[in-house]
Design a protein around this ligand. Structure first.
Ligand code: FE2
Length: 325
């Protein structure tokens, strides 16, 4: 069985194909972010221009025709409305024209599942860190089987916080990964640190870091910002790990590409004898393969959807999804 997944929640238009859980294609095109950050309509234009090309590239990579595809999944949300619409309409068109069942996939659940299935970890604590989201989750069976959110950001996602800082500091391109390069030889100075139980906030820290640019070298600010925000995540994750007793920990989402964050989480988990699992970068960046993996699980669990009733959901929380597989 071959399943196609289409991802378009934010800057990336991605198409992946999996067969029996194995990823056999993963193609994408990423919108290049300019100084003003992401302008949703501009990003959506990029996705519209690239969609047919990326769909064909994924089919070519897999050595398949659209007629070989048994199911299609699309990112239903959370994400930017105009971007989600492009992915949804591309998927819907393919599904209707070729009589293929269509599956609405939660983007956060896809980030989690692709790593869980890759390592065969059934019940981990999850640190999900991306541009728009930062959450600590784990499977709970009541009132229905779902990813319960134990803790999360009260304001912005850690990825957007780092990108916003990069823009303010004139770091080009304005990505968290570039902040990490600037931080390489920085020195630490104290910054606001806010963890409430297993929740945390980033806007106060961001404001402080931006203000500090006038009095400190940018490398010291970048380093201190990274250390402080990652430490907050580690503290919240450690508390959740001990409270839930989960044996494994997975880190996923775009910010899971950060070497420093992975290193800090592994250091935190080691004394507790917990294993930390992280997928390779191409599966933590937004991609279509993770959408395909979840669509395949949904299909195999017997779920089905009426295409005309499907839509996008800009604020689609992971904890509202019933996990039936
Ligand atoms: Fe993502």
């Amino acid at each position: 069985m071959a399943v196609m997944g289409i991802e378009s929640t934010a800057h990336t238009f991605g198409v992946g194909i999996c067969e029996g859980g194995k990823i056999i294609a993963n193609q994408k095109s990423m919108y290049e972010i300019k100084d003003k950050g992401m302008v949703p309509v501009k990003v959506a234009e990029h996705h519209s221009e690239k969609s047919n090309f990326i769909i064909k590239a994924a089919l070519d990579e897999a050595g398949l025709d659209i007629g070989d595809i048994n199911a299609i999944g699309y990112s239903m949300g959370p994400g930017l409305g105009p971007c989600l619409s492009v992915g949804f309409h591309s998927a819907k068109k393919l599904a209707l024209e070729n009589r293929i069942p269509l599956f609405p996939v939660n983007h956060a659940v896809a980030h989690i599942e692709v790593t869980k299935q890759r390592f065969g970890v059934s019940d981990p604590l999850i640190v999900y860190v991306s541009g728009g989201n930062s959450q600590i989750l784990g499977i709970e069976d009541s009132p229905f089987r779902h990813y319960h959110v134990y803790g999360e950001t009260f304001d912005i996602g850690i990825g957007n916080m780092l990108d916003s800082f990069a823009r303010e500091a004139g770091i080009v391109p304005a990505w968290g990964s570039e902040v990490a390069k600037v931080a390489a030889n920085g020195k630490y100075f104290e910054m606001p640190y806010t963890v409430k139980g297993m929740d945390f906030t980033f806007t106060g820290l961001l404001t402080f870091a931006v203000k500090s640019l006038s009095s400190h070298p940018v490398k010291d600010v970048a380093y201190s910002l990274q250390e402080t925000s990652f430490s907050m995540l580690c503290e919240a994750a450690e508390r959740a790990m001990l409270l839930t007793g989960k044996k494994d920990l997975i880190v996923c989402g775009g910010v899971a590409q950060s070497l420093r964050l992975k290193e800090m989480l592994k250091k935190m988990a080691k004394p507790h004898k917990k294993q930390v699992y992280v997928s390779p970068n191409e599966l933590n960046a937004d991609n279509g393969a993770m959408i395909a993996v979840v669509a395949e699980s949904m299909f195999k669990s017997g779920q089905s959807f009426q295409i005309e009733k499907l839509d996008i959901k800009q604020r689609y929380r992971a904890d509202s999804v019933e996990i039936l597989w």
